[in-house]
Design a protein around this ligand. Structure first.
Ligand code: SIN
Length: 342
């Protein structure tokens, strides 16, 4: 793909109109002391105050701001995904809205981003952003990240590429991005594949495009409910307690966060094979953090009825499994096809 350099603003045309939906997170956090970057309360600053901290936005876009929630994203309930995706679709359907920005906590950002990438039916840019330092901190990173997100959302070349995460000047695809650091300001990476490009000083530069289908090209919806899907890790000395509890609780799916290339402790593998026999969909991912899980590689998926998560980490694999089950995709072959496709 050719590199694209773009500036969203223009001196002659009216500035693009961007909707900013705030949900909380550290970007909206405050601490009692400006030097504090660990002990703070997330999700307390309102969206007007967030926007007021970024006066440069007025040179990029006309903003329509809304408070959707005020939470620490560790407490996110999938029902908020339904609300958020429906609000995004309603705004995107308006001719006068050019793009949408969502401010979010970093902790579950990658899950929400991938979820929206799979369900929102729009070709307009949807850009998530966040911060590692609270709004009250010295050198808070939120304002610059927000400016980058609005700049990207206002850029015509960003249409049709699904949902993005704009963070620390980088543009990531929602499918690829993961949080990789507990406190570093450069906390988001796209392992193996790298960022899509950069947004910096009013310029947007894409280095590659998005390959897999997303948004309007998927059969998924956030309106169909959230089937119970648990994530169970494999580790030295693991027992089958968690799998038995999940079966007893009536879950519809289990994502196993396997060791290495998605290998599973023998005890856990036996329990998971029994779960499959009881009609539970089992997806094999890896806890490693990068790389892919190959079908029939570290476990006999065909024989045991498992599905391989490919390049999705366990948290994103859970999002796709919930959406697929909600869409009525239970058959193992079709589930594997979904994981191979999206
Ligand atoms: C959160 O995820 O809401 C808190 C942590 C953060 O935003 O960095």
């Amino acid at each position: 793909m050719n590199t694209t350099f773009l500036s969203p603003g223009s001196t002659s045309a009216p500035l693009p109109r961007i909707a900013v939906l705030a949900t909380g997170g550290t970007i909206a956090g405050t601490a009692s002391d400006a030097a504090q970057t660990a002990g703070y309360q997330a999700g307390v600053v309102g969206v007007e105050q967030l926007m007021a901290a970024v006066p440069a936005v007025s040179g990029v876009a006309r903003i329509e701001a809304e408070q959707i929630a005020s939470i620490d994203s560790k407490d996110l309930d999938p029902r908020l995904w339904t609300v958020l995706s429906q609000r995004i679709e309603a705004l995107a359907a308006r001719d006068d809205i050019n793009g949408i920005v969502v401010t979010h906590g970093t902790d579950t950002l990658e899950e929400t981003a991938y979820l929206l990438h799979l369900v929102v039916k729009t070709s307009k840019p949807v850009v998530l952003t966040a911060a590692m330092r609270p709004a009250s901190a010295l050198s808070a990173d939120g304002p610059m990240n927000l400016l980058g997100a609005v700049t990207l959302a206002a850029t015509r070349a960003a249409w049709g590429q699904g949902v993005f995460v704009a963070f620390n000047n980088r543009i990531h695809s929602a499918r690829d991005v993961v949080k990789t650091s507990t406190y570093a300001v450069d906390a988001f990476q796209s392992p193996e594949v790298g960022a899509l490009g950069w947004v910096q000083d009013g310029r947007v530069e894409f280095q590659r495009g998005v390959v897999r289908p997303h948004t309007g090209a998927t059969p998924f919806s956030a309106a169909l409910g959230w089937p119970a899907v648990e994530i169970i890790p494999s580790y030295a000395g693991v027992s089958r307690i968690a799998v038995d509890a999940a079966i007893a609780a009536g879950v519809r799916g289990i994502v196993v966060a396997g060791t290495g290339n998605g290998s599973i402790h023998g005890t856990l593998q036996v329990a998971l094979a029994e779960a499959v026999q009881r009609g539970i969909s089992v997806v094999r991912a890896s806890r490693v953090g990068s790389g892919h899980v190959i079908r029939n590689g570290a476990a006999p998926d065909d024989a045991l009825g498992f599905v391989s998560a490919g390049t999705l980490n366990p948290y994103k694999a859970r999002v796709l499994l919930m959406l697929a089950l909600a869409a009525g995709i239970n058959d193992r072959t079709l589930l594997q096809a979904a994981f191979d496709t999206y």
